[in-house]
Design a protein around this ligand. Structure first.
Ligand SMILES: Nc1ncnc2c1ncn2[C@@H]1O[C@H](COP(=O)(O)OP(=O)(O)O)[C@@H](O)[C@H]1O
Ligand SMILES: [Mg+2]
Length: 594
């Protein structure tokens, strides 16, 4: 960049030399020492003098090109690396987020911030590295040259620059809020696209394409408007700048022309002066462009900083050394006066003063209407959310005093909204245990009643699963998710409505496998069907964030009205033919339906 700047300063000088002393007849006595030295080297002859000056200009041009390419190359390299590092940092940060942190930003906004916002910053850094030295350098250099050439004529700038400053100020102050608004519109657009594409099956099954198209058209139109509002700021920039440049050139030629007529200035000097003035104004224009890009990048920077500055609300970094190494050994779970809300300022509690003791190795069923807080309750055990009041303990130790790693290693959770990842069946199961042998994988799958259908696939355990597990049935997906959790050999296994799409006969076999394989583990099973929890050591009945009953099936049936209601309603709906049908045909029917 320095080479470029120096070149820009020398070129007009050499041109003036040719015009005044080569072509024109300005007396050599008025020339500077270096010009006279070159003239004497050329044998005091005009033609070789012109050729020398031109060769000088060509060499300068080549050096400037080399400098320019070098500057651009390293600028591009630095900005691209910067962006890659930044993406890496954001990604790492997001991995530390709790569910609540992610809920706060929304997935689509996090994706926009990681991609589009980083690109905005990258573009700015590239421009900055390219221009930060060149433009101010050229401006100051040209200013000095102009002042030494003709201080009186330079007064033109005293009028032009403040005017220009005001114009630039207005443009920038208008730009920032508009670019910030534009980024949020990009968020909204991405949210629409993401929701539509990830849920394309639902959209199509409800024939909602037209509605989705309209929704997209609206976000798209919002973005278009915001984009135009922001870019229209830039649109004014160039014409205004050209106008100022033209006016200034005319003024310089007018006043300078008079000076030439009065022989107080040479033609060569005037031509050099015009070039310097143009350089000053165009570098000012580049600085302005840089500021505009900066106002755009600033909007993105703010959004990225929000992600990087967010404190994960579930943390384990202030544990003592002893706490850090503690693992879940038995699997007894205690809730002591636990209360929780998702929205901290809302009146209604999602969990209201829950106390509960689950002995190690026992099987516990949880039953209750949808939305009563079953999922929320079990989320507290693996610290997917932290209790607002009260404490959750495992083996008598608060879950906050385990490292997240050891806590979650000890708790196998099959989430209600579960998912498989793209990769083979085996890859997916290995989430439970990366070092599992093929034998162990098959055993876990067999216990989850998944081995049968997996081996029936053409590629068996090497079968590719699509993103989100869309190419297996709902019941198959649930069984694979259970197998994945079983491979962890957890001390506490939580199944959140994880057999809802599995037929009752298969579900029974899964429960039997638990009794053998997971004898010593605590099993917490949330279910809709009484049959799924009937044999549990204790059943918890929940309603509206509270526990309304705890006991065995027989106890609850005797004295818990809510349990009786659920029981009776399910007994009525369970028609005889399904119960008496052979298990195989029932399974087949379920598979087909799923
Ligand atoms: N991530 C969340 N953010 C805000 N509210 C939630 C969230 N998840 C669940 N809820 C609300 O909390 C209540 C309990 O939900 P949940 O525990 O999932 O019920 P259940 O599993 O018993 O059907 C519901 O009223 C639900 O609307
Ligand atoms: Mg639930």
């Amino acid at each position: 960049m320095i080479v470029e700047v120096v070149g820009e300063m020398l070129m007009p000088k050499m041109l003036a030399m040719i015009i005044d002393y080569g072509v024109g007849d300005k007396p050599m006595e008025s020339a500077s020492g270096i010009v006279r030295w070159i003239y004497s080297l050329c044998g005091e002859n005009a033609s070789p003098f012109i050729v020398t000056a031109m060769v000088g200009m060509i060499i300068t041009a080549i050096l400037m090109m080399v400098g320019g390419v070098g500057g651009a190359y390293f600028g591009a390299k630095a900005s691209v690396n910067f962006a890659a590092d930044l993406r890496e940092d954001i990604y790492r940060k997001v991995q530390t987020y709790s569910f609540a942190n992610i809920d706060k930003f929304s997935t689509s906004s996090l994706i926009t911030r990681l991609t589009n916002d980083v690109t905005q910053m990258q573009n700015f850094i590239m421009t900055l590295l390219r221009m930060c030295l060149r433009s101010p350098g050229m401006m100051i250099g040209a200013l000095i040259m102009a002042l030494t050439l003709n201080p009186r004529l330079s007064m033109v700038l005293v009028v032009v620059i403040p005017l220009l400053g005001v114009a630039i100020g207005i443009i920038i102050s208008k730009g920032f809020p508009r670019f910030a608004a534009m980024q949020t519109k990009i968020d909204a657009l991405n949210a629409t696209v993401q929701e539509n594409i990830t849920n394309v099956r639902v959209v199509k099954s409800f024939v909602r394409e037209d509605h989705e198209k309209a929704k997209f058209a609206e976000s798209n139109s919002n973005l278009r408007k915001a984009g135009f509002a922001a870019t229209s700021v830039m649109i004014f920039m160039s014409p205004i700048m050209s106008f100022f440049m033209n006016i200034t050139t005319i003024a310089v030629l007018w006043f300078g022309g008079n000076m030439v007529v009065n022989t107080t200035m040479s033609v060569g000097d005037l031509s050099a002066f015009v070039t310097y003035i143009t350089q000053i104004l165009s570098s000012l224009m580049m600085v302005t462009m840089m500021f505009i890009q900066m106002s755009r990048a600033l909007a993105s920077t703010k959004r990225i900083a929000e992600v990087l500055d967010e404190t994960p609300d579930i943390r384990d970094d202030d544990l003592s050394e002893a706490d850090k190494t503690r693992t879940v050994t038995h699997g007894a779970v205690d809730f002591e006066n636990v209360s929780f809300r998702y929205y901290k300022n809302s009146e209604e509690k999602v969990l209201d003063n829950i106390s509960l003791h689950i002995p190690a190795g026992s099987t516990v069923g949880i039953i209750g209407s949808t939305g009563c807080g079953k999922t929320t309750l079990v989320s507290m055990i693996a610290r997917l959310y932290d209790a607002d009041e009260g404490s959750v303990k495992i083996d008598g130790v608060n879950v906050r005093d385990y490292s997240l790693y050891h806590l979650r290693e000890g708790v196998g959770m099959v989430l209600q909204k579960n998912t498989l990842f793209s990769g083979t069946v085996e890859d997916n199961l290995r989430w439970g245990d990366a070092d599992a042998t093929e034998e162990e994988i098959r055993t876990a799958a067999a216990h989850a009643q998944a081995d049968g259908f997996v081996t029936a696939f053409k590629d068996g355990y090497k079968t590719q699963i699509d993103q989100g597990g869309t190419n297996v049935s709902g019941g198959q997906k649930q069984r694979l998710c259970i197998a994945r959790a079983l491979l962890k050999k957890p001390k506490i296994l939580i199944l959140d409505d994880s057999t809802s799409a599995v037929d009752t006969a298969t579900e029974k076999r899964i429960r039997e496998a638990f009794r053998g394989e997971l004898r010593d583990s605590t099993k917490i099973i949330i279910a809709q069907r009484i049959g799924s929890v009937m044999e549990a050591d204790q059943i918890i009945v929940m309603d509206d964030g509270c526990i309304t009953g705890v006991g065995t099936h027989d106890e609850l049936l005797a004295n818990n009205t809510e349990y009786q209601e659920i029981y009776n309603s399910q007994m009525e709906s369970q028609s005889a033919p399904i119960q008496s049908a052979p298990p195989v045909s029932a399974e087949t029917a379920k598979e087909v339906l799923a």
